[in-house]
Write a protein that binds this ligand. Structure first.
Ligand SMILES: NC(=O)c1ccc[n+]([C@@H]2O[C@H](COP(=O)([O-])OP(=O)(O)OC[C@H]3O[C@@H](n4cnc5c(N)ncnc54)[C@H](O)[C@@H]3O)[C@@H](O)[C@H]2O)c1
Ligand SMILES: [Zn+2]
Length: 365
């Protein structure tokens, strides 16, 4: 089993990663929470139906009383009303300040249960048990919680670091194909940001990864968590370094918003965003054509992406209005070489517009 330490200031914690870990979740949690009796497991229908029994059996064998609390599935339920409903249920079942919440699901459950934990009785512990690729290698590590407002995504949230993160890549076997695929782009993102060896795995081991070979998945998730953990440990509150994790996201977020969050899954939008960022880097001379070609090939080699038909000009407008734009300065994370990115601002507008317009042509191929 791999243990990755997330060295945040207040209380460092570990991410535990291993195929089949779910059946040992109880034993592990017994070590982390020796005196705890009750656990409140926040989850969604699809995850409960496929994996709920396995988790609760393991918890009960370790002498926990586990109560499963279901929230409705899907991004549309990542809203404050869900927090209130879940909190009412916690209160009805007698959860107190010493209770622990388990977030058992994808990024939506992780964000909602994390925010719930940070608010319930002014803060209780949360353990993340992520079940999608995206949640395992990204959302469950780093302590960001949040819900959406009508005005935008993740506008209401807190930092609330989990007590532990339990990652069982074996649960990815039941993930719908498109969700699975979409999460892989985030792993590729980690590779480009800081791990050439992980990038090689995508180049050389692509078929195994796409077939969900358990050992290959365990490896790419472990490498990605390592990368995220090192970035988060160095910059817990996203003041500087943590921004590199936004590679592909500046344009990706704008693409998601411009297409009304209906056309693209998050990872797919990030994939397009990484291609655009790579083209920008190439046209301003920050990277070379060999590197740019490798990155684009790795992304496009994972399979076809939904077509994007957006105007570069509109995307640039959205980027300029984004909450992450500080003092009107737009920062782009551009690849320099595989495993190395840099923060660049002051890019000429036409370069950005052209790189986005180019996506339209690429996606028709
Ligand atoms: N907190 C962070 O740092 C952070 C980082 C990235 C993304 N996020 C958030 O994560 C959310 C997206 O997360 P997501 O992509 O995991 O989506 P999701 O949580 O909606 O899960 C996708 C779908 O897969 C189903 N599912 C989950 N695990 C399954 C399994 N093992 N088998 C079968 N079905 C399963 C879910 O029920 C859901 O229908 C977004 O709201 C995003 O803002 C947060
Ligand atoms: Zn992302």
């Amino acid at each position: 089993m791999t243990r990755v330490t997330i060295a945040v200031a207040q209380r460092p914690y570990e991410a535990w990663i291993e195929n089949g870990l779910l059946s040992r979740a109880g034993t592990l949690l017994r070590e982390i929470l020796p005196g705890q009796k009750r656990l409140f497991v926040v989850t969604v229908g699809p995850v409960r139906r496929k994996w709920g029994r396995k988790l609760t059996a393991s918890l009960e064998a370790a002498d926990f009383k586990a109560l499963l609390i279901e929230m409705p599935d899907g991004e549309t339920h990542k809203k404050l009303a869900s927090i209130e409903q879940l909190a009412e249920k916690l209160a009805q079942h007698g959860a107190d300040r010493d209770s622990t919440i388990l977030a058992f699901g994808g990024g939506v459950v992780g964000d909602v249960a994390g925010l719930l934990a940070s608010l319930y009785m002014r803060g209780v512990d949360v353990v993340q048990v992520p079940t999608t690729v995206l949640a395992q290698l990204d959302a469950s590590v780093g302590g960001k919680t949040g819900v959406n407002l009508r005005a935008g995504k993740n506008l209401l949230g807190t930092f609330h670091q989990p007590r532990a993160v339990l990652i069982d890549p074996a649960v990815l076997a039941t993930l719908p194909e498109r969700e699975f695929h979409s999460g892989l782009y985030e792993a590729l993102k980690c590779a480009v940001i800081g791990n050439p060896d992980l990038f090689h795995q995508f180049e050389q081991n692509k078929d195994k990864i796409l077939k969900r070979d358990p050992a290959s998945l365990e490896r790419i998730i472990t490498d990605s968590v390592h990368l995220k953990a090192s970035v988060v440990s160095a910059d817990e509150r996203e003041n500087g370094l943590r921004r590199v994790l936004n590679f592909g996201h500046t344009i990706g977020h704008a693409l998601e918003a411009e297409t009304g969050y209906r056309r693209l899954l998050h990872g797919e939008a990030v994939a397009w965003g990484m291609i655009a960022a790579t083209n920008i880097a190439l046209s301003v001379g920050r990277t070379d054509s060999v590197t740019a070609g490798r990155i684009a090939d790795a992304i496009l080699g994972l399979g076809s992406l939904p077509e994007v038909n957006v105007s570069g000009r509109k995307i640039l407008k959205r980027i300029q209005a984004d909450k992450k734009t500080r003092n009107g300065v737009v920062h782009f994370i551009l690849p320099r070489e595989v495993g190395k990115v840099e923060v660049v601002d002051g890019l000429p507008a036409p370069v950005v517009i052209q790189a986005v317009d180019e996506l339209r042509r690429l996606s028709r191929k």
